[in-house]
Design a binder for this molecule. Structure first.
Ligand code: HEC
Ligand code: HEC
Length: 192
């Protein structure tokens, strides 16, 4: 009398365990897929304004506005700065500069609600004020890139300098800067 229900219960429990195990295993896979899928999304808002993409995207990536604070964009866009733009002449007509200024400052790192963009707005401890501001000299950028040896960057003809974000961040155009989406030319995927 007592035995039959227990056997049934045992069988049922066994079945439940197997089912739960299978369900858990499936969930594990799904979670991994889901994470991989999530990495395909921008973690920095990409540049979208047509004039900016056209005028500031020919020599290097049209950097996302959220990787520099508004004050830095303002300095870079001053006429005398554009005439001597990190050694190049990037001069533009005044009305166009005004349009770029409005766009870049409105979407700058210090005006952003995104955590990763705000990180770019944190100023350095001392910071050499000589020359134009650089994304690649912000403390956050340095913290993320200091372990990458020069042979993969400046000594790598396919990269040239850290300013060429999209050589390594293959999704940079779309604002995907996730470290797991990095592929350094001639070296491959970056693993910690
Ligand atoms: C004629 C080519 C050219 C054009 C056009 C140009 N740039 Fe540049 N830009 C450069 C060069 C060269 C550098 C320095 C890259 C290096 O050090 O390897 C640079 C660097 C920069 C940097 C600093 C990147 C870093 O190292 O952190 C910013 C920001 C920048 N440019 C913004 C702009 C903006 C905004 C415009 C449009 C108004 C623009 N650039 C148009 C050539 C250009
Ligand atoms: C030589 C290749 C290379 C270049 C060029 C480069 N990066 Fe990176 N970047 C990396 C690597 C590798 C990492 C991951 C570093 C780590 O976590 O150890 C990274 C990390 C990052 C991260 C953090 C991502 C995360 O998941 O936390 C951001 C943001 C970023 N880079 C932005 C930029 C920007 C903006 C530029 C251009 C101004 C740039 N990078 C240029 C290789 C590069």
């Amino acid at each position: 009398m007592l035995q039959r229900p227990s056997i049934a219960r045992f069988a049922l429990m066994g079945l439940l365990l197997v089912a739960t195990g299978a369900a858990l295993a499936a969930t594990g896979d799904e979670t991994r897929d889901w994470r991989r899928w999530l990495r395909m999304f921008p973690n920095i808002a990409p540049a979208t304004q047509p004039a900016y993409l056209q005028e500031c995207g020919s020599c290097h990536l049209a950097y996302p506005p959220g990787v520099l604070p508004a004050a830095s964009w303002n300095r870079i866009l001053a006429p005398e700065s554009l005439a001597d733009h990190y050694g190049d002449d990037a001069s533009l007509p005044d009305d166009l500069v005004a349009e770029l200024r409005t766009y870049l400052t409105a979407n700058a790192a210090d005006r952003s609600a995104r955590v990763r963009e705000r990180a770019f707005a944190v100023p350095g401890a001392s910071g050499s004020d000589a020359g134009l501001p650089r994304i690649t000299e912000t403390p956050y950028f340095i913290r993320k890139h200091h372990r990458i040896p020069a042979r993969l960057v400046t000594d790598n003809p396919e990269v040239g300098s850290f300013s060429q974000c999209n050589r390594c961040h293959i999704g940079a155009d779309a604002g995907i800067f996730d470290e797991r989406q990095v592929e350094i030319p001639g070296f491959g995927r970056w693993k910690d």
